[in-house]
Design a binder for this molecule. Structure first.
Ligand code: SF4
Length: 379
């Protein structure tokens, strides 16, 4: 994880209104040279200044289309800024306003651990193995996957990508036949997706990079079809089956929709599973007066509730499930970044080296070939 040095005290002392007016002024000064992107989980104070909002992949694709923009300020987390740098041209600079805005899930799959795991899995599984990584992973992990014939996936297209990786291997196949999958870094998305494709839970094992041999016996390595990397989203794992039961006990007819980064136990109790974009579409298209209980990041839920006051929208949880790392990008850091840019100083550039870029693009391209327009509803 990268570390952001504290800002000089002058920024801490600025009143919020001055920060807002300053940001607007810097935006005007930089004009079309600047594009600000904000992820859906971003706090409203920052979100309001975005030129484009979306999920991580959509934002990176949008960034690549902004040919006039020299500076892309990404109000998201580190792996998203890396993806933007991978997909944009060399004359564009991607900037993360706070270097400490990482992703706990992406950090759970370190490239060194993956390099160590791969030979073991290749030698001991007894079948061809295909690595698949959720886009919520570092550029180095994406590049590894690209080099080894695998693909990226999003929460919206994980099903199609897994079907491709399995290459016709069906749930009835014997352990030594067909292809196996290493799914990184989110065990829950991997499990929920494979299960939705008809694979039983017994066909999946969790690979723990902190344990010798991933914590797996020789039999498990041979018999499993899916090796789910021991990673998770620290936000979505806060949702529990009991919280869904509490929603069901209410007299209002809530539709429960969960992001597939939630655990299998939670997802099994949901009415619908959906990626971030799918959740937004489901709520937007729902009839007036409908009731929605959502298991995802709290800023998105609050924004949906504000945008659709004619519908009843709440979180599945009573506690605030927020992405604390993305939350580090605040008005002060956005102000500082833009102030520096307007004075000709680039702070916090995120750059991926050319070799890593090339291999990561291979993994992203494979995904895009499979799902040129990711479906709205996932798993
Ligand atoms: S919500 Fe979870 S997966 Fe998304 S950036 Fe935050 S920690 Fe990472």
């Amino acid at each position: 994880m990268l570390y952001q040095l504290p800002l000089a005290s002058q920024y801490n002392d600025l009143p919020e209104e001055q920060l807002r007016q300053g940001i607007l002024g810097f935006k005007r000064k930089l004009g079309r040279k600047l594009v600000i992107l904000a992820h859906h989980y971003q706090q409203d104070d920052v979100y309001q200044f975005a030129d484009f909002t979306g999920d991580s992949l959509k934002l990176s694709q949008l960034a690549a289309e902004q040919h006039d923009a020299e500076f892309i300020v990404f109000c998201g987390v580190h792996f998203m800024a890396e993806s933007a740098d991978i997909l944009t041209s060399d004359r564009q600079t991607v900037i993360l306003p706070d270097l400490s805005a990482g992703c706990s899930m992406a950090d759970m799959a370190h490239i060194d651990d993956l390099e160590a795991a791969w030979p073991l899995l290749e030698q001991q599984t007894g079948a061809a193995i295909v690595p698949i990584t959720y886009v919520n992973s570092s550029a180095a992990v994406k590049a590894f996957v690209g080099r080894h014939g695998g693909a990226c996936c999003t929460s919206a297209n994980a099903k199609q990508v897994l079907e491709w990786a399995l290459d016709g291997t069906t749930p009835g196949a014997a352990a030594g036949e067909g292809r196996k999958v290493l799914f990184l870094p989110d065990q829950h998305l991997g499990r929920n997706t494979a299960y939705a494709l008809g694979w039983p839970l017994e066909s999946m094992v969790v690979y723990d990079p902190k344990q010798p041999d991933g914590g797996l016996s020789a039999d498990s390595l041979r018999d499993a079809r899916f090796f789910l990397w021991k990673g998770h989203c620290s936000v979505h794992q806060l949702f529990t089956p009991g919280q869904v039961d509490d929603i069901r006990a209410l007299e209002q007819p809530y539709t429960v929709v969960c992001h597939p980064e939630c655990s299998w136990e939670v997802c099994q109790k949901a009415d619908q599973l959906g990626s971030t974009e799918a959740i937004i579409s489901a709520v937007r298209d729902a009839p007036t007066g409908s009731y929605w209980a959502i298991a995802t990041e709290v800023h998105l839920i609050h924004r949906l509730a504000a945008e659709y006051p004619d519908k009843h929208i709440r979180s599945v949880a009573r506690i605030q499930c927020l992405c604390t790392t993305m939350y580090r990008i605040d008005l002060k850091h956005l102000y500082w970044t833009l102030e520096q840019l307007s004075e000709g100083n680039i702070v916090n550039p995120i750059t991926v080296d050319p070799e890593t870029k090339r291999d990561a693009i291979a993994a992203l391209d494979r995904m895009l070939e499979l799902t040129p327009t990711p479906p709205v509803l996932s798993v």
